[in-house]
Design a protein around this ligand. Structure first.
Ligand SMILES: Cc1cc2nc3c(=O)[nH]c(=O)nc-3n(C[C@H](O)[C@H](O)[C@H](O)COP(=O)(O)O)c2cc1C
Length: 274
């Protein structure tokens, strides 16, 4: 395992003297090692993997203990292929032995309420949607860390929302359920290793007490652009700088590849987002 300084160096791509302070233990060090994996071995997962990941996910905090999420596991190759086709045709979805769909899910409590003749009027409000989506994300990230601890690799699939209505149909999701994102899981292909991607410096991300925009924000962003540019080059990737990529990613609705129509599909699933 690489030592902590090497990992911090990879996480921020800063010279040793500019690295942030870091309290080193097995878990903090392990967290630094995250990278998304987009190439998998054709190798089944050990028995009990799904249940282990689910126990990790269910150990995450959950708003008011509502547990407003569910997990849908897809292993069937044909279904994975259909979901891949709906998600910008990302090959790693087909390749990974396990594809998890993280669902915001109020349908469970809605069924109980209905049986008791109660109505859940707060469900239609935007905050309830945020509660369920946040719960699902926190649960998923716990599963990601558990998977990584087992030597597995993962990649989130936000593109699962590109054709949300078709995905809802494919998965047979009832009202009050929507897929927040997918997660491909498998053993990383050692021939195509993924690297730790440098992040923005802490000085751009951390505010103390009140929000203050750093005077040299633009210079710091440009410096980061240089560092991540060098990283992409090292990886043989022709990816533009962080600023250019991010501006492009947010520049127009069409870039959302179908997600610009999310509201109508969510409303059809009962989430009114008042
Ligand atoms: C909610 C979410 C959705 C994502 N969707 C995709 C996706 O559809 N396809 C993909 O290849 N990566 C996807 N990613 C992975 C990000 O691109 C990746 O986390 C980011 O570039 C940072 O790289 P790293 O995870 O290797 O550190 C997603 C990540 C998140 C958190």
């Amino acid at each position: 395992m690489p030592n902590t300084n090497t990992l911090l160096q990879q996480r921020y791509a800063l010279p040793a003297e500019e690295q942030p302070a870091f309290i080193d233990n097995a878990i903090t060090r392990f967290l630094l090692e995250h990278r998304s994996v987009r190439a998998y071995q054709d190798k089944p997962l050990p028995e009990g993997t799904l249940e282990t990941l689910l126990a990790a996910a269910q150990s995450a905090a959950t708003s008011s203990n509502l547990q407003a999420w569910s997990l849908l596991a897809v292993e069937n190759p044909e279904r994975k292929a259909r979901l891949a086709a709906l998600s910008n045709d990302q090959a790693h979805i087909r390749q990974a032995p396990l594809f998890l769909v993280w669902l915001a899910d109020f349908s469970r409590i809605q069924r109980q309420a209905e049986a008791q003749g109660a109505s859940l009027e707060a469900l239609e409000y935007l905050d309830s949607f945020l509660v369920a989506s946040t719960d699902a994300a926190l649960a998923a990230q716990n599963a990601v860390l558990a998977a990584e601890s087992l030597g597995l690799g993962t990649v989130y699939i936000g593109a699962l929302r590109n054709n949300l209505a078709a995905v809802i149909d494919e998965l047979g999701l009832p009202s009050w359920v929507y897929p927040v994102f997918g997660l491909a899981i498998g053993y990383p292909d050692a021939q195509k290793p993924a690297a730790i991607k440098p992040r923005l410096p802490q000085s751009l991300v951390l505010h103390r007490e009140t929000y203050r925009i750093p005077e040299d924000e633009s210079t710091q962003v440009q410096d980061y652009d240089q560092r991540i540019g060098a990283f992409y080059q090292q990886q043989g990737l022709n990816t533009p700088s962080w600023t250019r990529q991010s501006i492009e990613r947010l520049s127009r609705p069409q870039i959302l590849s179908g997600r610009e129509h999310l509201l109508a599909t969510l409303q059809a699933q009962s989430f009114q987002l008042r």
